[in-house]
Every structure is written in structure tokens, then in C-alpha cells.
Design a protein around this ligand. Structure first.
Ligand code: MN
Length: 326
């Protein structure tokens, strides 16, 4: 189909480029780094060739989240956001933007999100999982109480928050010891991000902020397949609830989450997601430049779903959620 919109589409600035090295074998780094630094050339040709009208762009990972100094994290986030704003201004009908945020400090992150949305016209934020604060070993997840004011502001600004993966730090990754192939997109990304999403659901965030919308990539990081079990394990046993949230996980998933197809181009998986979260909450994405636009587009354009659903997932759901001026 023509007119597709993608929501997990990355770029790098020189200061964050090296964060993406190591995700491909050395022979491919030249190509990947070229793709990450390109904005208005190669990227557009790929979009044009594959019926992609727009990318809502975001910084690569882990980038800002892996800078323990809040001051430095804020500086890099602002630099990336300013660069992105300039790039979007050149072709606003083809590119829109997600803010990178220094969540090492909730107040700095709130201020930067407000600047990006109100002054730069960004459509939301994309954050690469937990943030390292002060020392590389100190990891914070966003269900922590210090983020209450930040979430207030995300809801008030009425913009989605994309929770993007990163690898766990070595000290928390014992289960992967001796099996480095499990890191990254193979497995660790999904596990890390799915648990973070469940923490957000359990902490009561969406009782307090029912309008908040979180976006997850990679067809929901495995959650659609597990959602029933999370709410229904040992259903014959009456167990007192051990977390603050009032509703079931399934209810939060269906009311406060969207998922994208980034890096997960599989019809069987898409159909499971459609049955769990519904076609209204699924959004086309590629995960450029880590995945190819043509791989995503060729799969999606011919996937065995209704044309009505293809149009929603490929374009109109995103247009509505991000209030895109098309
Ligand atoms: Mn990605």
C-alpha cells in the first residue's frame, strides 16, 4: 500500500553513533553507520521505493539513557532534538519527530518534553528503556515514584510515550552468561521491555492517568502472546493482589498501549496481536536502519489481513494517535 507511516525509525548523531556498533558484524558497520547518519537521501529513497509516506523519527539506542550524568544526558538529548527539529523542518510532510529525554532526572525530562512538544512540534517521546543515573550500575525504571510529575505532564501534553528496548546491564544479565547471541533483538530486548511495561501497568500509573498511551515495538515485545496467562495463572486459587493497580493487566494493555510491527514481520504474530489488542491499536513500523524498509513493506503489503485493517495499521491509526497533519 502507499501512504504507510512508520513510528520506529531511527537516526544517530555523531555523539550517539557508536551505541549502535556491535549490533551487526564488523563488515556491516560501514553500511549501518551510513544509514544512521543519513536523513534526507538514502532514507527517502527507501521510503519512496516502498510506499512509505512518513517516518516519525527517533534517536538510536541506548544513547541518552546510558549517560549516567543527568546534566550530560540532558545536553545530548537537547542536541539530538534540535538536530532532529531542523531535519523535520526540511520535509515536514515526510518526517516528524519523537523527543529523546534525559530520564536520569524527571524534572529535566519534563522540561525537555515540554520544549519539544510546545516549541519544536514533536509528536511524543521515544525512550530507550531504563536510565542509568549517577553510576552505570544504578538503573531506574519509570514506575518509580520520582516520575509521578513527569507522567502528569505526558498526560497533560496528550502525546504518546514510546518505550523502546535496550540491553540489560551486565550485572543484571546473568541468565545470558555464555550466550551473547541472546542479547539484543534476538531475546533480551523483548524481555527487558516487556517487564518494564508490566511494571508500569502494575504500579497504578494508568489508574492515575487513564489517558496515557504507551507504544511498544516489535509486535508488543511478546506481551500479546502472554497477556491472558499474566491475568489468569492459577485461577482456582484466590490470591490477594500484591500490586497497587486496580484493573487487570489485559485492561491496561487494551486501553493504554499501542504496539508496532517494527522488526517483527510475521503474519501469524500479527494475527495473534490483532486478536489480543485489536487492529485499532497496531501501527506499521520498520525499525530502520536495523531492519530493511523493503522487508517490512513487502511483508505488510501482502499480509493476509483485510484491506480495512491494512489501511488502519499502515496509516490511519498513526495519523489519529499522533494527530498528524496529512
Ligand atoms: Mn528500534
Amino acid at each position: 500500500m502507499i501512504g504507510k507511516i512508520g513510528l520506529e525509525e531511527h537516526f544517530a548523531i555523531p555523539e550517539t553513533l557508536q551505541d549502535s556498533a556491535g549490533f551487526v558484524p564488523g563488515d556491516y558497520w560501514k553500511e549501518l553507520s551510513k544509514r544512521l547518519l543519513d536523513m534526507q537521501d538514502y532514507r527517502l529513497r527507501e521510503m519512496d521505493a516502498n510506499g512509505m509516506e512518513m517516518m516519525v523519527l527517533s534517536l538510536n539506542a541506548p544513547a541518552v539513557q546510558a549517560i549516567p550524568s543527568p546534566h550530560k544526558a540532558n545536553e545530548i538529548a537537547m542536541r539530538a532534538n534540535d538536530f532532529l527539529a531542523e531535519q523535520v523542518a526540511k520535509r515536514p510532510t515526510r518526517f516528524q519527530a519523537f523527543a529523546a529525554l534525559p530520564l536520569q532526572d524527571a524534572d529535566l525530562a519534563t522540561r525537555e518534553l515540554e520544549r519539544c512538544v510546545k516549541q519544536l512540534g514533536f509528536k511524543g517521546a521515544l525512550v530507550n528503556g531504563f536510565s542509568q543515573v549517577g553510576t552505570p550500575e544504578n538503573c531506574v525504571y519509570y514506575d518509580a515514584p520520582q516520575f509521578a510529575g513527569f507522567w502528569d505532564s505526558v498526560e497533560k501534553l496528550d502525546v504518546p510515550f514510546y518505550l523502546h528496548p535496550r540491553n540489560p546491564i551486565a550485572a543484571w544479565a546473568q541468565i545470558y552468561d555464555g550466550h551473547p547471541w541472546l542479547m539484543g533483538p534476538t531475546w533480551a530486548f523483548g524481555q527487558e521491555t516487556a517487564v518494564h511495561a508490566l511494571r508500569l501497568m502494575a504500579c497504578g500509573l494508568f489508574d492515575k492517568h487513564p489517558k496515557l498511551q504507551i507504544v511498544l515495538g516489535h509486535m508488543g515485545e511478546g506481551l500479546p502472546y502472554s497477556m491472558w496467562r499474566i491475568d489468569n495463572r492459577n485461577a482456582w486459587v484466590e490470591t490477594p493482589k500484591s500490586y497497587p493497580a486496580k484493573k487487570t493487566f489485559g485492561e491496561y494493555f487494551q486501553n493504554n498501549f499501542y504496539i508496532t510491527t517494527s522488526g517483527n514481520f510475521r503474519t501469524q504474530t500479527l494475527i495473534d496481536a490483532m486478536l489480543e489488542i485489536g487492529a485499532d491499536r497496531i501501527l506499521f513500523s520498520t525499525d530502520w536502519p536495523f531492519e530493511n524498509v523493503d522487508h517490512a513493506a513487502k511483508w505488510f503489503d501482502s499480509a493476509s489481513i483485510s484491506e480495512a485493517d491494512r489501511l488502519k495499521i499502515g496509516r490511519t491509526n498513526a495519523a489519529k494517535l499522533f494527530k498528524l497533519d496529512l
